[in-house]
Design a protein. Sequence first.
Length: 295
Amino acid sequence: MPRPATAVPAPLTTLLATRCGQRVALPPRLERLYGSLRVPSQRGRPCVFSNFVTTLDGVVSLNETGHASGGDISGFNAQDRMVMGLLRALADVVIIGAGTLGADSRHLWTAAAIFPSLAEDYRQLSAALGSSETPLHVIVSGSGTLDLGLPVFAAGKVQALILTTTAGAKHLLRQAVPASVEIRAIRTIRTPGRSGRAIPAPAILDAVCRVRPARRILVEGGPRLLGDFYAARLIDEQFLTLAPQIAGRAADDRRLSLVMGRTFAPDDALWGRLTDLRRGGSHLYLRYSFPGVPA
């Protein structure tokens, strides 16, 4: 489980800031810590953005028991946690895969959970945006092998939507389903470059919007789920914290990079545009947009 940040960090230094989109009126303390923030203007569908932290050599998860979360990558950096909380406070929906849930099984994907000392500031931001204080938690699991006794389902603090297969739904319904949990079955498709079938990202987005109309949807992983969203050209912005760490890889290593299970270059390379760059000590906070990518 990630360690929630407590001490308020030093402000980030803005090196490059986008001038596009709508300016968000941040609560005073968040504006002092993060700086000015703009979000894309409303369009025909929700803005889908992702947030990850990576080492200098491109590792986003050590994928080892007890060391699979982003905290091991960032060094449990307070500024990174502050940004994570900010982005969760902006989101109407947070989407994660079963692997991400397994890595942090006691966690809630809320702003307050990642940075309790700033919980009131995040609450003020969500209220000003007309958003729920706790975003809808969407968990994608093809197999449906989830423990509905975990806090994200059983604590009653968040609304959870489980998207799974028909077989996965049957498996889940063998357990008592908490009142705050909804289960929906989605047809799978064969995925190029991956064995077996997967729940397609457009179907995930469609199911989410049927349950909760959303303006901003945050994808927090894992890398295979993110790869599916990139393959469907559904990621509008990528927030990426670059941590000053070299993790390394063995020849047969299972450590994960930002995108797994999909290949794009050289035939179908995805190029982003750097729109924002901030610094906190030796950590860099990058933001890329992927405008006009055809679906």
